[in-house]
Ligand binder design. Structure first.
Ligand SMILES: NC(=O)c1ccc[n+]([C@@H]2O[C@H](COP(=O)([O-])OP(=O)(O)OC[C@H]3O[C@@H](n4cnc5c(N)ncnc54)[C@H](OP(=O)(O)O)[C@@H]3O)[C@@H](O)[C@H]2O)c1
Length: 159
């Protein structure tokens, strides 16, 4: 199983504000959809609430929460059990938020990042992976657009 973090951040690593994305880029949402479609997605309770507790279609939605148990989606109270449950899938996407990225970047296999070029105000940040580019993370693909760039990194050494 390949564990893949997918995230969008601004130049200061801002990823969220007030429980929401600070921006709206439809091309990025489409990229997210086509990248994750058909694969399980693992998320924190705050992200699931941002989706109004409606699972994203075409993907098995798995939620992490120590306070809630949802009847309509698989919920786990710890990351190890969630990953064990998903172990037979070829690819599993970690879709946030900040708390979940923080706890999984140490063993994720790949990062799929949207680098947003404009700065935004935010209260949630992506853990700083940029100091580890060239040691832990190797850039393997980049596609530049006027407002953002899509970038893929593969793990080259253990974090
Ligand atoms: N830009 C992006 O790519 C992107 C992607 C996703 C999210 N975001 C943004 O990030 C923000 C949300 O991030 P966040 O850090 O506040 O919240 P989060 O990571 O989505 O969820 C945190 C919650 O997940 C549960 N949790 C965390 N660790 C756990 C563990 N080890 N085991 C079981 N449950 C665990 C807890 O829920 P309980 O409190 O219920 O126990 C915790 O309160 C939003 O603003 C969102 O828009 C941005």
């Amino acid at each position: 199983m390949r564990l893949i973090i997918i995230a969008a951040h601004d130049p200061n690593l801002v990823i969220g504000n007030n429980g929401e994305l600070p921006w709206h880029y439809s091309e990025d949402l489409k990229f997210f959809k086509r990248t994750t479609m058909g694969c399980p997605i693992l998320m924190g309770r705050v992200v699931f609430e941002e989706l109004n507790e409606k699972p994203l279609p075409g993907r098995e939605n798995v939620v992490l929460s120590r306070s809630k148990e949802y009847g309509h989606v698989k919920t786990f109270s710890n990351i190890e059990d969630a990953i064990h449950y998903l172990k037979d899938h070829e690819k599993v996407f970690i879709i946030g938020g900040g708390k979940i990225y923080e706890q999984t970047i140490g063993f994720a296999d790949e990062l799929i990042i949207t680098e947003i070029k404009q700065e935004y105000h935010g209260d949630t940040y992506l853990v700083n992976y940029r100091d580890d580019i060239g040691t832990v993370w190797e850039e393997v693909w980049r596609e530049d657009h006027p407002e953002f760039a899509f970038v893929k990194y593969k793990r080259v050494t253990q974090g």
